[in-house]
Write a protein that binds this ligand. Structure first.
Ligand SMILES: [Zn+2]
Length: 106
């Protein structure tokens, strides 16, 4: 099952070394179903050592956020925690995404 997420969604990581961490999706790669999750917890960040290269590149350690497969993240509901998305239509026929557990909009 593909998790339908979009940029700006708050999610929680379900697998890997960053399990349980929460962050916001800042980039989506639809071609391979991967997302970049940005968090103060530095989700899935690898320390990358670089060597000085020429005059413009400084050596040192940079943080690089790695893509996570969408199946490894779940939408976050402020009331229920990790949840799945449902949908509802309001009186004017507009579609809203909702939490399947509590029914609130997410
Ligand atoms: Zn909920």
């Amino acid at each position: 099952m593909t998790v339908r997420v979009k940029k700006g969604d708050e999610v929680v990581v379900l697998a890997g070394k960053d399990i349980g961490k929460r962050g916001t999706i800042t980039r989506v790669y639809p071609d391979n179903d991967k997302v970049i999750v940005t968090s103060t917890d530095l989700i899935n960040v690898v320390k990358k050592h670089t060597k000085p290269r020429g005059a413009t590149m400084q050596g040192g350690i940079i943080d690089k956020e790695m893509p996570i497969h969408v199946s490894n993240v779940a939408l976050w509901c402020k009331d229920c925690g990790a949840t799945r998305a449902g949908y509802r239509f309001d009186e004017s026929g507009e579609k809203h995404r909702t939490c399947r557990k509590c029914g609130g909009d997410i």
